[in-house]
Design a protein around this ligand. Sequence first.
Ligand SMILES: Nc1nc2c(ncn2[C@@H]2O[C@H](COP(=O)(O)OP(=O)(O)OP(=O)(O)O)[C@@H](O)[C@H]2O)c(=O)[nH]1
Ligand SMILES: [Mg+2]
Ligand SMILES: [Mg+2]
Length: 521
Amino acid sequence: MANSKYEYVKSFEVEDEVMPPNLIIVRIEAFNFDGFSDIHDFEKPNDEKALALMSSCAAAVLEEYPDIVFSYGFNDEYSFVFKRKTKFYQRRASKIMSLIVSFFSSVYATKWKEFFPHKEMKCPLSFLARVLCCASLEVLQAYLAWRQNECHIRNLHNTCLWMLIKSGKSAKEAVEVLQGTQKQEKNELLFQQFGINYRMLPEMFRQGSCIFMTQAEDVVKYNEHGVPVKRMRRKPMMIHDEHIAGRNFWNGQQYLLMELGAFENDIKKIKAEYVRSFLFENKLMPSTWIVIRIDGCHFHRFSEVHEFEKPNDQQALNLMNSCAVAVLEEFKDIVFSYGVSDEYSFVLNKDSKFYQRQASQIVSVIVSFFSSAYVMKWKDFFPFKELKYSPSFDGRTVCYPSTEILRDYLAWRQVDCHINNQYNTCFWMLVKSGKSKSEAQSYLKGTQAREKNELLIRQFNINYDTLPEMFRRGSSVFRMKGEDSMMPENGRLEEVKQKVIIDHSNIIEDSFWKEHPSILS
Ligand SMILES: Nc1nc2c(ncn2[C@@H]2O[C@H](COP(=O)(O)OP(=O)(O)OP(=O)(O)O)[C@@H](O)[C@H]2O)c(=O)[nH]1
Ligand SMILES: [Mg+2]
Ligand SMILES: [Mg+2]
């Protein structure tokens, strides 16, 4: 379709391919899980149902993305390891990471009622995610050893902490008791004070869970004689093992040997420089506007399956807008957002210190919050339509060095909205009037905006300019300062009352920005 003069803003997008032979891991970890587990009365220190839900989501990720061959998780985190030769989305880090964290969050919200049928999910759960590159199998081995060690340390600590709290100590007292204690002392405390042999606690708590795909025989149907017809099918399998980074465990799994390779030695000590590399995070350039753009994955199919109205489904767009409102209410650093079709762009202030400007944290927390909200709000917008599968969104960050370029970015998106909507309106009117899709396509080929408008008027008596603003211009979501927001009370500046609103103005022209000078100030 036609280009616009704003399209140059695409050149600010940076490449982030993970070069071979690096192995790719994506680790996700719930954001503010303590708060979430308090709100939902999870059992402490381990809630079996919550853990089972996490594992079930991880298994869904493995089924959805065949390039992931192994995953390991405990508590509120999961790591996903890709096969050595993966070409998944050209190995683009942000794309891969955002899709996985989005899908995981969306599945979490979808499956919630399966695991907690009598408990409502009260708020979206978002996850922080990052991509880790392992230059060799040895580094991957160190990574797994590191995470499993972390699982052990945290679980031992939490088990002690919660036994102390349950026995009457305050949280502060319990922390003091445990301060500086070593593993051995914690084991003894559990045994002597509470009669608990730590080694007898469930493996899932102590060792975490591994999930990987295996070939299993499945009954697909029964033939006319009632004999089962079986097929081999990939199936996720969960196992627990004390040393997932040990040769014994790893080299015993044919599938892992084939896709990743064998571990040569057992690890005695995890190298500090490896751990440092696992913790490293890229930061975005200071004093630049940050845009996080998310886009529905395969929404062409998603909208077909859910029978969205063509070319615009009012409710589907309202749902997107409602999720954007929730995002702005949750993350105060976002000053503006603009959405059209299956995408949304969120703008962070130039001087924002949101997640220390760490790109993957910023993208993941926003895209996963959005995905979770999308699933949770679905029934509010489609009370009579079942959500047939969990949707996912990809996300990326782009930095723009000036307000002018940021505005060109937003203009680019709105011009895109206009061009697509005008084309789609004509296309679907032609199809609805009896033309085949390819006839409609060739009919519109090379036509200019004016010709399309004339076509709509002449053939269908539609004045394009009277179609709903939301379809023609997309939606902006931002905070509107309240009337009395500037009144200092008792000499102190009270928290400014701000309402998040949805608007369908022209954001290309200056007038919108003059009317709302505070947004980009
Ligand atoms: N019927 C209908 N379809 C919509 C609506 N909004 C978005 N879509 C569909 O979603 C697609 C979004 O375009 P893209 O994001 O470029 O395509 P995609 O299928 O999501 O593919 P990727 O983004 O590359 O994964 C459109 O082409 C439509 O098919 C809607 O309101 N109604
Ligand atoms: Mg899309
Ligand atoms: Mg799109």
